[in-house]
Design a protein around this ligand. Structure first.
Ligand code: BGC
Length: 743
């Protein structure tokens, strides 16, 4: 009997030893990871750490472990590319919905819409068989020159952090990982591969790392993309202090760090610097891209050799492989992963709704808007963006859409009537949207387009100008920053000339950044639209006509002049950096050739405008509505570790509308560190309030959100004392104040 029992227990042990826990969808992920790891050879572990094509990394076919399929991001699924090159694959079934740009989403200040965005876009990724979407991005908009600002979430770390969390949560609920980018300090495109950022410890923590930390803490983001630039002399794709020190150890993040494409430069640093998946490494220049063996990547053969020779311990490899396996079990082998859907009606609805709530009404003189088209007989629409597809261009976020509704199409269906005739004049020409290439437009073409528009203006009784930026190189596009704060392609002069002919002038601009508006006094109304995606025209027309009341507010300060931005007074050193400075080489022997110094420190955006006492053109948080709102007396109480603030908001106008309420905290007089005059620490948006209707918003501010980073103790610290909470409609429009004592 004893013998039988022993045999049975041995058989049971053998069975459990071979039970494929890693394939059991109901087993805890950590058990699946450890089980898979224990079955993999060194070579198999190495293979999952780097690309096997432009946008996939390998699984372990022998064990039935699936690969990871990735794609850009962040506004929709990128057109399918060839397996080994950047050329398009010419599929006929990869046309998708382009969602509004992340600046637009942020301008909604609506967390529910962020969740809807993440849910909808991840369904499209799932449908296309993708496991990781390369986005969203939360780099801070410290300069309006940044060519990629449209892909990010504005100038304020709290707003960006709060708005990114629901996006990630709902995308990941669908089994699609977000790859939050670009970690960190990728705040300019000039010399993005080789700029070393010098920033104070405090600004690093309070401004630049803050939204990433929020995404780690609150949304448990599965993957993060390292940025190209350097911090403290090391590339951020393998920067030990940043990735191991802060992200993995201090924050306890358990996800996989993906390199930006071509951001890995060295095997030892890749091994020890916190990188987990190496993507897009460029060729050595001797072979064509398509022939460059993925086994030549830094984390491939060269890494395997060092492991096999015992020069790098196996734990380093195991740690990376475990993170990649975890990602695989969370996504491609996640039984909860959805099948998804492409171009559903619900996705277009989401796209339009986000666009409508993100459009910001900046000026509306004498109730010019909402537009009653029946009052006009001849409306002239001027500007290239009235017809141009703005979902193309921009670099990696470029999209191939099933359809885009242009403003011109939507105006035709919503504004034109038997009595009202619409005509179109292009006004200016910007050229094709070609990545990394500034199209030269023949000036004679622009002269004749301009004359034609001015001629047509004489016949019109209303002009709607639809311009701004596009996604050409050095506009809103990767790998290049803007070169001027002015509107491009001679638009400002054209607008002024149009206004002289017909003062009934409505300006509509697209773009990710603020810009100079010398013509502002001449415009009757102004709407800024960021980028609105596939439903651009409908969203815009619905706002123009008042079908939807605008409720977007600026996520970035619009300055009168470029010189007014807080960094600008520090000259080239602060942006775009200087090249004639000697710095020591890093451990890999590299010397970055550009150094940029974030001399404005924590005083980025409105924090700096407040400090410098500079009046912006339009402050952070600003946006008009077709109605008005009154704010009641707020109350604020300390409840445990939270401050709970309540304020009633009443629609005092004649049409239904939503209001964004912003809470800015000002530190006590006895504060131990210098603090900005005020900082955004909470916000809420009302539901659609009918005229006369009120809603009480309750906004919770955790005490820990009042903390500052102390550079002497290298810790967060909250000063006790009396804080003033300003309840505001924008950074410059404080409606109510309430004091609260923090122990
Ligand atoms: C960009 C990333 C992008 C990647 C893949 C890089 O050049 O910086 O944001 O995800 O390419 O297209």
């Amino acid at each position: 009997m004893k013998k039988i029992l022993t045999l049975l227990s041995l058989a049971f042990a053998a069975m459990t030893a071979t039970a494929q826990v890693y394939l059991d969808p109901n087993a805890p992920i950590e058990e699946r990871v450890q089980d898979a790891l224990s079955r993999m050879t060194t070579h198999e572990k190495i293979k999952i750490l780097h690309a096997q094509s432009k946008f996939t990394s390998a699984g372990v076919p022998r064990l039935g472990i699936r690969q990871l399929n990735m794609d850009d991001g962040p506004h929709g699924v990128r057109e399918e590319l060839e397996w080994n090159t950047w050329s398009v694959a010419r599929w006929t079934n990869d046309s998708i919905v382009a969602f509004p740009s992340l600046t637009c989403l942020t301008a909604t200040w609506n967390r529910d819409l962020s969740a809807l965005y993440g849910h909808s876009v991840s369904e499209e990724f799932a449908f296309r068989g993708k496991d990781i979407m390369l986005g969203p991005g939360v780099n801070i908009q410290r300069t309006p020159m940044n060519g990629r600002a449209f892909e990010y979430m504005g100038e304020d770390p709290f707003l960006a952090g709060e708005m990114v969390v629901p996006y990630i949560q709902s995308a990941q609920k669908n089994g699609v990982a977000c790859c939050l980018k670009h970690f960190v300090l990728n705040d300019q495109e000039i010399d993005r591969f080789n700029v070393n950022v010098n920033v104070s410890e405090r600004a690093m923590r309070e401004i630049y790392l803050f939204p990433f930390k929020r995404a780690v803490d609150k949304a448990h983001v599965y993957t993060i993309m390292g940025s190209y630039n350097l911090w403290n002399g090391d590339h951020c794709c393998h920067n030990d202090a940043l990735l191991n020190g802060i992200l993995k150890k201090e924050w306890g993040w358990d996800g996989a760090l993906v390199s930006d494409w071509g951001g890995t430069t060295n095997t030892m640093q890749a091994a020890y610097g916190g990188l987990d998946i190496e993507m897009g490494t460029y060729t050595d220049g001797k072979v064509k891209e398509a022939q460059h063996g993925y086994s030549a990547y830094y984390l491939a053969d060269p890494f395997e050799k060092l492991i096999n020779e015992g020069k790098i311990p196996m734990e380093v490899l195991d740690e990376k492989a475990a993170r990649v396996l975890r990602t695989i079990f969370r996504t491609s082998m996640n039984p909860q992963k959805v099948i998804g859907f492409q171009c559903s009606e619900a996705h277009y609805d989401a796209c339009r709704q986000i666009g409508e709530e993100g459009i910001v009404l900046l000026k509306n003189e004498k109730g010019m808007l909402p537009l009653d088209a029946s009052r006009y007989k001849r409306i002239l629409v001027v500007g290239e963006n009235a017809t141009r597809s703005l979902t193309q261009g921009g670099g990696s976020s470029e999209l191939k859409t099933l359809y885009d509704v242009s403003p011109w199409e939507a105006f035709n269906s919503q504004l034109s009537t038997a009595n009202c005739q619409l005509t179109l004049a292009q006004g200016y020409k910007s050229g094709r949207s070609v990545y990394d290439h500034v199209d030269k437009v023949d000036s004679s073409i622009n002269d004749s387009l301009r004359s034609a528009a001015l001629e047509a203006a004489k016949q019109a009784d209303l002009i709607i100008f639809v311009g701004g930026f596009n996604k050409n190189h050095k506009q809103d596009c990767e790998n290049g920053d803007r070169e001027s704060y002015d509107l491009p392609f001679g638009q400002s002069a054209l607008i002024s000339a149009l206004a002289k002919i017909q003062p009934n002038l409505i300006i509509v601009t697209f773009g990710g950044n603020p810009y100079a508006m010398p013509w502002l006094p001449q415009a009757k109304a102004l709407l800024h639209c960021w980028y609105l995606g596939s439903e651009a025209g409908d969203a815009l027309a619905n706002i123009l006509t008042g079908k939807v009341n605008p409720s977007g507010k600026l996520p970035v300060t619009f300055a009168k002049r470029l010189e007014d931005y807080p960094y600008a007074k520090f000259g080239q050193e602060a942006y775009p950096g200087i090249t004639d400075v000697k710095v020591p080489a890093n451990s890999a022997g590299e010397v970055p050739h550009r150094q940029v110094y974030y001399k404005e420190d924590i005083y980025v955006g409105y924090r700096g405008f407040d400090k410098d006492k500079v009046q912006p053109l339009f402050p952070f948080g600003f946006g008009l509505s077709y109605t008005t709102f009154a704010y009641g007396k707020p109350t604020a109480t300390v409840q445990g570790d939270n401050i709970v603030l309540s304020v009633a908001v009443t629609n005092t106008g004649k049409v239904a509308g939503k209001e964004v309420v912003q809470i800015y905290a000002s530190a006590p007089a006895n504060k131990s560190l210098p603090k900005p005059q005020k900082e955004l620490k909470g916000f809420g948006k009302t539901r659609l309030l009918a005229p006369g209707e009120s809603e009480t918003l309750t906004i919770t501010i955790p005490r820990s959100d009042l903390a500052s980073w102390n550079e002497s103790t290298h810790q967060w610290q909250v000063d006790g004392g009396t804080y003033t909470l300003s309840v505001a409609a924008s950074a410059a429009d404080v409606r109510q104040k309430v004091n609260v004592n923090i122990p």
